[in-house]
Design a protein around this ligand. Sequence first.
Ligand code: NAD
Ligand code: WQD
Length: 387
Amino acid sequence: TSHHSLKRVLVTGGLGYIGSHVVVALLMTGRYLPIVVDNCHNSYPEALKRCAEIARDELGSDAPQPLFHRKDIRDKAALDEIFRQYDEQGGIWAVIHLAALKAVGESGEIPLDYYQVNVVGSIYLLETMAKHNCNHLVFSSSATVYGTPKIIPIPESSPLQAASCYGRTKAMVEDIIQDLCRADVGEGKGESSLRAVSVRYFNPAGAHPSGKLGEEPRGKPGNLLPLLAQMATGRQRADLKIFGNDYPTRDGTCVRDYLHVMDLANGHVLALDSLAKPLSGNTIFSHVNVESEGYFRAFNLGKGKGMSVLNMIDAMKKASGFDFKYEIVGRRLGDVPDLTADPSLAEEELGFLAQEDLDTMCRDLWNFQTRNPHGYESTSSLPSPIL
Ligand code: NAD
Ligand code: WQD
């Protein structure tokens, strides 16, 4: 069959943890063709082969295949060339923009790199989109934009007061996108103006249930779940340190809102779908003032269920059978006691509901970890379809 009717969606950062699951979710719709742009800074081309494999396993041999350009979003000429290439075939319909640097601690050490990739890279992307009349955008934001929130569960209306350089880059890009959406309306561009949805993720966890795709960062993981998974397989022998048990929470350890990465990936598809819907009448985005604000929406993507560090260690013990030994140490700089989402807006307006429970997240994470004990790198044999 031909795939000419598929809408082309550029996925920046599409080899990464979340991006690769988004690529699978897009392929599974049978309506979108993902075109990945990634420089492999924190990922491997192997992820793309795994995405293609999953699509073939589930949809058959004529499943659409993702395309890949190994390029840096800081290279504006390269972005322009990619868009130009697809213009001849009907153009790129939308962009899902996930490419970014994301380590909170590192962002305080090398802030200019973070502003260059996350902010300047986003501006280059927006400029290139405008030049090529690509008017639909889903942007990867983060719960970290809320800083230390006053109201829990956190509504989208909570003020943005990020406590790290990383968080500020995300909040800045949200502002830039929102200003662009407003400006487009002001110029009376009507149909051709930018429509954008910013998705603020809480803590993604787990892996694709096939065990072929998961979180595979370069270097030692700094986040709790990948660290627990690598400890349980023996890949990391580091001692487990709990950063503080004197927080004002149920058991004194920090509380986070974990959601399954495939739920999160499907949230991107819903956000993308919403961009194609007209705003008039009793449709979604009922409370956007298009006249003055343009078509910009921000949504929390979470489950709305808080889990403590100790809850997570228990859940990973249950999934892996590994008896984690830990010590309690001092608080980690920049950690906040509780980041739990109010996910009701995304449910009302996008129809988004994070379905999978914590045991499923840990089971799928453990399945991925045991099937890929040394990650993607050692399994790469065939060349990947780099364009
Ligand atoms: P990741 O590091 O696995 O994915 C990011 C991808 O972007 C990587 O594949 C990396 O190689 C690529 N990239 C980095 N710099 C690039 C550049 N200059 N040009 C092209 N590609 C580049 O991280 P992830 O967890 O999948 O995060 C994806 C997005 O989601 C990021 O924007 C991140 O800030 C955001 N986010 C992540 C989390 C989380 O907990 N994982 C939470 C909230 C938001
Ligand atoms: C979870 C909890 C730690 C490791 C980070 C970013 C956030 C978002 C997701 C992108 C915390 C505790 C951890 C360890 C521990 N990313 N912990 N010992 O900090 O909630 O979120 O990733 O946007 O912006 O900040 O995730 O997994 O690092 O930590 O006790 O060795 O586990 O203190 O309470 P976090 P995490």
